[in-house]
Every structure is written in C-alpha cells, then in structure tokens.
Ligand binder design. Structure first.
Ligand SMILES: [Zn+2]
Length: 180
C-alpha cells in the first residue's frame, strides 16, 4: 500500500476541471483532507480576476468525509485550499494549509522565496516588457511560494525558472529571500 507521502506525490497532479456555461467544477486533491474535492467556481469571477495571468481561488473548508475514529485525521480543522487557475480555466496547482492565511511554516526552512517588489500592471505585459510566462511567474511570487512551488504550478523545469528569476531580478521586479 502506498504511504500518505507517496499518495500525495501521485495525487497532487490530479487536477481536472469540468467546464460548464456559467461555472467550472475544479476537482482538486486536498492533501489535508486526503480526498478529491469538487469546487464550483464562477466563470465571471475568473474572468474578472484573471488579468494578472492566473486566478487564485481560495477554498475554505473542512473535510466532508472526516473520520473521527482516525487519530491522525485532523481534517475537521478549517483549512484553505488555494487553487491556481489559468486562462483556459485549468487548474495549475493547489496548496492546502490550515486557517485562512498561509503561515511561513508552510514553506520549508532554507527554501528560496521569490517576491514581487511592486504590483506589476498588465501594461508591462502589453508593452512586451515581460512575456506571458514571466508575467504568470510574477503572479506566483506573492511570498507564498518557494521556487520549487512556482516551478510546480507553472509546470516549468527548475533550471529554466532559475534563469527567468535571475532575469526578473535584474529588471528589478522581484527579490529573492531565503526562509530562515
Ligand atoms: Zn481539505
């Protein structure tokens, strides 16, 4: 039988969306619930907020299938799944954490975290100052994601991401901090 860790590794890319006229259903793996959840998301909301490349949908919940008999199951504590959705309305990644805000504990010590220095207006993209890929990456540099997380969500190899991050740093758009 696969351990929970293996299971999470396998399931973290299980992201399917069913697209309907007014809304989509994101089927995501929540690694706190250890379940696949279906999350309805309004298409208009995505369209309104997508101008920054990705829409981050915050899904605050407890596990509907919580098992009180299982001493290791703490999924009845309210937690958030942050769902990253791209312009095709596909799920690009999911991060789950307890409470409503991701605490710095969610990021491993010693990881490097890229953070945008200032809000990047869409005009920067329209003027061709950054590419769509760079723009998406900037959106993910919100302080919640380490370089590994960004690579995973943007589906990009880490060495390639390192190059882009270096470029964005040289442009003065992001800072890189190391979590102590
Ligand atoms: Zn959950």
């Amino acid at each position: 039988m696969a351990s929970d860790l293996d299971k999470n590794q396998i399931m973290k890319n299980f992201n399917i969306t069913m697209k309907y006229f007014k809304e989509i259903y994101a089927y995501i793996w929540c690694d706190i619930c250890q379940e696949i959840l279906s999350v309805p998301i309004d298409r208009n909301t995505i369209a309104e907020k997508l101008d920054t490349g990705l829409y981050m949908h915050s899904y605050f919940h407890t596990n509907p299938l919580y098992d009180p008999e299982d001493p290791e199951d703490n999924s009845n504590n309210p937690h958030t799944s942050l769902i990253y959705i791209d312009k095709n309305h596909d799920v690009r990644g999911v991060r789950s954490f307890f409470g409503r805000e991701m605490s710095s504990d969610e990021i491993k010590k010693g990881s490097r975290i890229p953070i945008v220095i200032k809000a990047i207006p869409k005009m920067v993209l329209q003027l061709g100052m950054v590419s769509q890929e760079e723009f998406n990456i900037l959106k993910l540099c919100d302080g919640n994601n380490s370089i590994e997380n960004v690579a995973e969500i943007e589906k990009i190899e880490e060495f390639k991401l390192e190059k882009i991050i270096l470029k964005l740093r040289k442009k003065g758009l992001i800072n890189l901090i190391t979590r102590g």
